[in-house]
Design a protein around this ligand. Structure first.
Ligand SMILES: *Cc1c(COP(=O)(O)O)cnc(C)c1O
Length: 364
């Protein structure tokens, strides 16, 4: 059996009439930038995150840069980011002229380890960017308490966790600002690039919108040096259709995760954990095993595609300043393996993957 790592075709086929209709509507109106579909998606996505404001933009990396600029963060400032994340979380900090300061991650949850935050705070620290990594919320109650005690701003990087919650409260509604990516493979993915900044603060929302719209406040009234970062209307119309299906898709991902857990629990692999009250939306299903490379090769021979998210922690890339050791991140790097994870995986596919992994370990 051939099992791809992600299957965007299966998802498109399941909602094709609605998607095709939405695209045709935008084409009929030749409304390619701005307009009613964009406004509708911003409104609906803000409601989904349970915040009043959503400013759409071109991608999730821009969203982080825009949020940092809206908070006034730049030269001589330090921003705490996890040592294990997609590069954008830290490179966006560098792009606005500030310094990303890496903090090690939690050995079970893989998110920013809140116990290690305070030792990294200096007089220059202005903000923390927790990442809801692989789909599991970072410990926002603890992080918000630390931020409050040290007067730091918090930007949640929600690129991997649309719809995840802590005690029922959605990610993106805890911090001062939150950023999302709609890259095709994300839990809510466009048919191209897209991103958004969400916030409960009207001033931050206004700043973010001004920055992303070339410093404009009203047509041809440029009041600041902004940038051009837009979500195009075709993508907004597609995302608006897909947003309605996201809760169902998330529940299906969670069922896949449950089936993996049942099948793999007695094997010598570390399965994803989560604290009580935290809802994991399984953007990725990542296991850890010292036999990672051999297991990946074996699964490939069996037709099962896997990936590694990510091969190196940020300090090992050599492009960010290393301020300390990162033993948890270093220990994870050679062991991480992401199994296929999407709503459309069938029971037969899951059983095949589980059986292949069991076979691998029984031969050891
Ligand atoms: C995907 C991702 C981003 C960047 O999103 P793009 O839309 O690809 O720019 C940022 N942070 C994290 C954690 C991501 O996974």
């Amino acid at each position: 059996m051939e099992i791809p790592f992600v299957d965007l075709k299966a998802q498109y086929q399941s909602i094709k009439p609605d998607i095709d209709h939405a695209i045709q509507q935008v084409l009929n109106h030749t409304a390619f930038v701005g307009g009613e579909w964009l406004a509708a998606f911003e409104k609906n996505f803000a409601a989904f995150v349970q915040v009043p404001f959503c400013v759409s933009c071109a991608n999730g990396t821009d969203a982080i840069e825009i949020a940092l600029e809206a908070l006034g963060i730049g030269a001589n400032d330090e921003v705490l980011v996890p040592a294990y994340t997609w590069v954008s979380t830290a490179s966006a900090v560098s792009r606005v002229g500030a310094t990303p300061v890496l903090v090690d991650v939690h050995p079970q949850y893989y998110t920013l380890d809140e116990q290690q935050i305070e030792s990294k705070i200096t007089a220059k620290t202005k903000a923390i960017i927790p990442v809801h990594f692989y789909g599991l919320p970072a410990n926002m109650p603890a992080i918000m308490a630390i931020a409050k005690a040290h007067n730091l701003r918090v930007i949640e990087d929600c690129a991997q966790a649309h719809g995840a919650t802590i005690n029922g409260q959605p990610v993106g509604s805890f911090g001062d600002m939150a950023t999302f990516s709609f890259y095709p493979g994300k839990n809510l993915g466009a048919y191209g690039d897209g991103g958004a900044v969400c916030t409960s603060d009207a001033t931050y929302a206004e700043k973010a919108r001004t920055i992303a719209r070339l410093g404009q406040q009203g047509k041809h009234n440029h009041v600041a040096i902004g940038r051009n970062s837009r979500l195009d209307t075709l993508q907004a119309a597609i995302l608006d259709v897909k947003l309605r299906h996201l809760p169902t898709w998330t529940a299906q991902r969670q069922q896949v995760a449950q089936a993996y857990e049942q099948g793999l629990v007695s094997l010598p692999v570390q399965l994803p954990g989560k604290p009580t009250g935290f809802e994991h939306v399984y953007h990725l299903y990542v296991i850890q095993t010292p036999e990672r490379d051999a297991l990946q090769d074996f699964l490939k021979e069996q037709g099962v595609q896997t990936q590694i998210h990510y091969p190196k922690p940020l300090h090992a890339l050599g492009i960010f300043k290393q301020v300390s050791e990162y033993p948890v991140a270093d220990a994870m790097a050679p062991k991480l393996l992401s199994l296929p994870m999407y709503a459309e995986l069938t029971n037969a596919q899951i059983a095949y993957i589980v059986q292949a992994i069991c076979t691998f370990f029984s031969r050891q």
